[in-house]
Write a protein that binds this ligand. Structure first.
Ligand code: GLA
Length: 491
């Protein structure tokens, strides 16, 4: 553990921990980052931490980044690949181990009041939306792999991943708390297993049927390299990214909090894909002539494109009721309700009045999986034009077939393309949140000033009447980023 006074000195650039701290910051944020800014940020968290826990003498640091998903949207829970990168925006936890099972948390932002809980065999969640749930999810997950009793910690949390923006602020919090607790208890979990464990853990506390992308990239990323991630089993492949290109992140400022209103819309997409699997299992018998044991849409990735499109074509165009799906799939309604509609937290999804839109969801997922593979080859060839085109195609598919875009995201994407982006699309779950643009570094500043003028100073106040830019700073709404490193601890 680090001596708190020595850490304070190192953050000023003096004392015996200076080099250690420098190395930690470089491997976390990469060569291009503004380390002076990071030191000042950590120093303010340390001050808050010592203020909340005045007796604290020794402490450790844990951090975990948010992410931008470059391409591969809503493919992870379908067993198809994604291509995210970790970003500089992260959650930092300054922690000091306790001998008992108590977890005491303060946050540098007063939007998030202090939370305290005991680590018990089954940690009862707070109400949905409470930030303490993410810490509980991490503790519960670690509890499953700890052989003894998990001890708690006093900790100060500081995050700069904008909340509800589709940049995975919640998973970065879960991962940061988890690496801190693992360090506190001297537990080692292989990062791949850790990612899976935390993914399941977070879902059970938020009621969203998330895939495994967010925790995996937050734990496993290295600076300069987006990760192609495959699922079931989880596998990662680093894709070196050209140094002279960046992604500009533009927040639409329409909040997309998965623990809130977006939960149902997100879960519905997951269920529509499951129903797609049930239908295709039946249809494939005739179209392909073999009966396949199909569990995820990703199970179809090895079928020839021709057979695949004929399978998609055989799905009914119209939205279907559960009864119609059951009939076509040859399964009793009660069985399909009990399996496909069942959520991880034990609830059952309510059938949407307009029916399940299965064909278009399946089409998005299967074409998006293919686009990820094509994007990886384009980046590896250095063909950023083709990569940009794939980003644009991905957005269209997310907007029309998967219906997760919003008028604001469409407007932003359009503006970014007009202002010099090689490609632009929404990132993350959608329903609000951010758009990203691929740009050459020399064009980033011009694109950002044009979008500030057109979206934040014109479109948004005009279309939404109130301008949310007064409650979030422009630097948090629009910024450029490059691939950063994954979670780390320093003790
Ligand atoms: C959210 C989920 C991810 C993934 C994306 C959509 O961020 O947490 O697992 O499904 O949406 O690609």
């Amino acid at each position: 553990m680090l001596d708190a006074k020595e850490l304070a000195k190192a953050l000023q650039g003096a004392g015996k921990f200076t080099d250690l701290l420098e190395q930690f910051l470089l491997s976390s944020y990469g060569e291009c980052a503004d380390l002076r800014y990071q030191r000042a940020r950590y120093a303010s968290a340390l001050a808050r931490c010592l203020n909340a826990f005045p007796d604290l003498k020794k402490l450790g640091i844990g951090r975990a980044p948010g992410r931008v998903n470059l391409i591969g949207e809503h493919t992870d829970y379908n067993g198809l690949p994604v291509l995210p990168m970790a970003i500089e925006r992260d959650t930092v936890v300054l922690f000091s181990p306790r001998k008992d099972r108590r977890v005491n948390l303060v946050n540098t932002s007063f939007y998030f009041p202090p939370r305290s809980f005991d680590i018990s065999r089954r940690i009862r969640p707070y109400a949905y939306g409470n930030w303490g749930n993410y810490a509980k999810a991490a503790a519960q997950a670690l509890q499953e792999v700890s052989h003894g009793q998990l001890c708690g910690m006093d900790a100060c949390v500081m995050g700069d991943v904008p909340v509800g923006s589709g940049l995975s602020s919640s998973s970065s919090l879960v991962v940061a708390i988890a690496v801190a607790l693992a360090a506190t208890n001297d537990i080692y979990v292989h990062p791949v297993d850790f990612a899976e464990l935390l993914g399941r853990g977070e879902s059970s506390y938020t009621g969203t049927e998330d895939g495994g992308m967010d925790h995996a990239v937050s734990l496993l990323a290295s600076p300069g390299k987006p990760l192609k991630i495959d699922f079931f089993p989880l596998n990662v492949y680093e894709v070196p990214f050209p140094q002279d290109y960046s992604f500009v992140v533009c927040n639409s400022l329409i909040a997309a909090e998965k623990s809130g209103a977006v939960r149902n819309a997100y879960n519905r997409r997951v269920i529509e894909c499951r129903l797609g699997v049930a239908l295709l299992r039946e249809i494939l018998k005739d179209v392909i002539g073999t009966e396949r044991d199909l569990t995820y849409l990703g199970g179809l990735r090895h079928i020839s494109p021709r057979k695949l499109s004929s399978a998609i074509d055989s799905l009914p165009d119209a939205a279907l009721s559960l009864r119609q799906v059951a009939k076509l799939a040859g399964i009793p309604v009660s069985r399909i309700r009990g399996s496909a509609l069942r959520l991880g937290n034990g609830e059952t999804l309510t059938e949407p009045r307009e029916g399940f839109k299965i064909k278009q969801r399946v089409r998005h997922v299967l074409t998006e999986g293919r686009r990820v593979e094509q994007a990886v080859s384009a980046i590896e060839r250095g063909d950023m034009k083709s990569f940009g085109r794939l980003l644009n195609e991905s957005h269209e598919s997310c907007a029309t077939d998967y219906e997760v875009s919003t008028p604001e995201l469409d407007a932003l994407v359009e503006m970014c393309r007009e202002e010099g982006a090689l490609g632009a699309r929404l990132t993350g779950a959608g329903f609000g949140g951010c758009a990203i643009s691929l740009v050459h570094d020399r064009d980033a500043a011009d694109l950002m000033s044009a979008v500030i003028a057109r979206y934040y100073h014109d479109y948004l106040p005009r279309e939404r009447k109130e301008s949310p830019i007064s409650i979030i700073s422009l630097e948090d709404a629009i910024f450029a980023c490059k691939p950063c490193g994954g979670a780390a601890t320093l003790m």
